[in-house]
Design a protein around this ligand. Structure first.
Ligand code: PLP
Length: 305
């Protein structure tokens, strides 16, 4: 499946003589949106092949991946189990569902939750912890946090079309690194892949290396995480609202908003040669806006429009 590329027309781009397109992966599916669709595609086929009854995965309370897995389970005939970080959320499920739109929607899709403490959650890759879960939820297909595994990378290799390989630059937000690894793998060696981590930390470079991308045509742009995962600022929210007003393209505050903020700052700062053609991947995540707005309203801050 190929998503649409939309050209962005902003005075800045004309002034700097660069061309910018956004690849609307967010429009692939209302809930299995953006990179989630790519990451789940081959995993769902594998789960079917293994005759699994359920999909089990891991995530935070506002996770795009949790909601996408719940939606995929409903659409493709699997039960779903979400192992959610934060045992306090399980103390009063009704209250949690009232306050948290991501979990409310996942629950409506039929997802069963297992709320675990932060220390248990940290064991999400440990064999003892996984063995316990296998015992508790037999015949389940395990998908790692964020959905990244080799089959997810294979799916993300389908994001770029042949035509997209003519862009000089491709930009992508990063969490676990699976999406951008797929993009690097299928990119043209002459393209520059710019990776915008949504997290803070020097270990992030190693995350991508550990996924063994097949080329070295990528560079980390680490200045636009806004303090770390899930952290935001008034400036970021203002930017997201302004970008939507000017282009009609909504961005999420955790991944794509930070990437686009950083990309446009780089263009302002002359970090692209005249004649550069840039493709920014819209990896989705728009479901997270509602949850972020609940938190912003509680703090009396401007919300995402
Ligand atoms: C909307 C969105 N964009 C980008 C990413 C980053 O993807 P990855 O974890 O594969 O690096 C995520 C997380 O999965 C996401 O939800």
């Amino acid at each position: 499946m190929i998503s649409q590329n939309i050209q962005i027309n902003l005075p800045l781009l004309q002034e700097k003589e660069v061309v910018l397109y956004v690849k609307r992966e967010d429009l692939l599916h209302p809930f299995i949106s953006g990179n989630k669709f790519r990451k789940l595609k081959y995993n769902l086929a594998e789960a079917k092949k293994q005759k699994k009854e359920a999909l089990l995965t891991f995530g935070g309370a506002y996770s795009n991946h949790i909601l996408a897995t719940a939606a995929a389970g409903k659409e493709f005939g699997f039960n779903t189990i979400g192992v959610i970080r934060g045992e306090e959320l399980g103390a009063n499920l009704q209250k949690t569902l009232t306050q948290n739109p991501t979990l409310r929607q996942a629950h409506a899709f039929g997802m069963e939750f297992l709320f675990v403490s932060r220390s248990d959650y940290q064991q999400k890759k440990e064999s003892d912890f996984l063995a316990k879960l296998e015992h508790q939820y037999p015949n389940s297909y395990f998908v790692p946090e964020g959905g990244t595994n080799n089959l997810a990378i294979k799916g993300c290799e389908e994001i770029l079309s042949e035509k997209d390989k003519e862009f000089t630059h491709v930009c992508c937000a990063m969490g676990t690194g699976g999406t951008v690894t797929g993009i690097i793998n299928s990119s043209n060696i002459h393209q520059n892949i710019l990776v915008f981590p949504a997290l803070k930390g020097s270990w992030i470079q190693d995350e991508i290396n550990s996924l063994q991308p097949n080329k070295e045509n990528w560079k980390m742009v680490s200045d636009y995480h806004f303090g770390g995962y899930g952290k935001i600022s008034d400036e970021l929210i203002t930017f997201i609202n302004q970008f939507k007003e000017e282009t009609s393209i909504p961005l999420d505050p955790i991944y794509t908003g930070k990437m686009m903020f950083g990309l446009l700052k780089m263009i302002v700062n002359h970090q692209f040669k005249k004649g550069s053609t840039i493709l920014a991947i819209h990896t989705g995540g728009l479901q997270g806006i509602e949850g972020m707005n609940v938190l912003l309203k509680q703090k009396n801050k401007q919300i995402i429009l």
